[in-house]
Structure formats: C-alpha cells, structure tokens
Write a protein that binds this ligand. Structure first.
Ligand code: FES
Length: 137
C-alpha cells in the first residue's frame, strides 16, 4: 500500500462515532468518514446525508452513532454502519456514498481510484452561523 493513501491507524477508527478525513477529486475536495462496525470491519463513506446532501454527518467532532447506525443530526435519519443504507428517516432506503478503503499493516488506506487522500479532519472552512439546527426548518 502507498503511504500517501494511509488515512489512519485501524486503532484510531472509532466504533461509537466516526473519523473525518478529506479527499480530493481534481480540484474538488470532499469529506469522508471512517467507522468501525460491530464485526470489526472499517467502513468508509462520503460525509453527506442522503436527504440533504450538503448536510454533514460528522461536523468535525465525530458523528453520532447509536446501535450500529450513524445518525444525521438534521432530521434524524439513521444509516447502517456496514451498508450505509438508511433504515429510518426522510431518505429511507437511500444509501450513503461509499468510499473504497482497505485495511493493511494496521492502517486504513484509501483505495478509491476516484479520489486522493488529503488529510485527516476537514480542510474546508464552514460558516457556523449559517448552520441551521434541528427544528427550525
Ligand atoms: S438532512 Fe439528514 S435527515 Fe435531513
């Protein structure tokens, strides 16, 4: 595996939340998340809800996870951590955009040909004042 594509150590991927990282497709940067499933596998998805695709599941401090499902803080959609499938909420049956990653030598590597690994965390700046919260829409 190419060290430039190493996202994190497997040990640093949380089972009860997510680890945020940034990927690039040409000039277009996007965010993605890693999470550990109950089976101990590492799953990788783009960090965007399938209801409103500009809403991030992990806003920088880890997405909420409950009983193996990622929770969108906006309207409460639940996504299975191992399939990315929405089991409840306004986008039920929609599926999170998967990002290809593989585990090797104790690390998680980005193996998706569509993206380059940029960094752990977000490289983007957000205007937090415009982030509408649950219940005000
Ligand atoms: S934006 Fe995620 S549930 Fe509505």
């Amino acid at each position: 595996m190419d060290e430039d594509s190493r996202i994190a150590d497997v040990a640093d991927v949380p089972a009860d939340s997510t680890l945020l990282f940034t990927i690039r497709d040409g000039f277009d940067e996007r965010e993605a998340i890693l999470t550990k499933t109950d089976e101990g596998e590492v799953a990788a998805y783009e960090n965007y809800c399938q209801h409103w695709t500009d809403v991030r599941l992990d806003k920088g401090s880890g997405a909420t996870k409950r009983d193996g499902e990622l929770v969108c803080g906006k309207h409460g959609a639940l996504f299975e951590d191992d399939t990315g499938c929405c089991t409840y909420g306004p986008c039920e049956d929609a599926v999170l955009q998967q990002v290809e990653a593989a585990v090797a030598d104790g690390g998680v590597f980005l193996t998706d040909d569509d993206y380059e690994f940029v960094q752990v965390g977000s490289s983007m700046e957000y205007d937090l004042s415009s982030d509408r919260s649950l219940g005000f829409d």
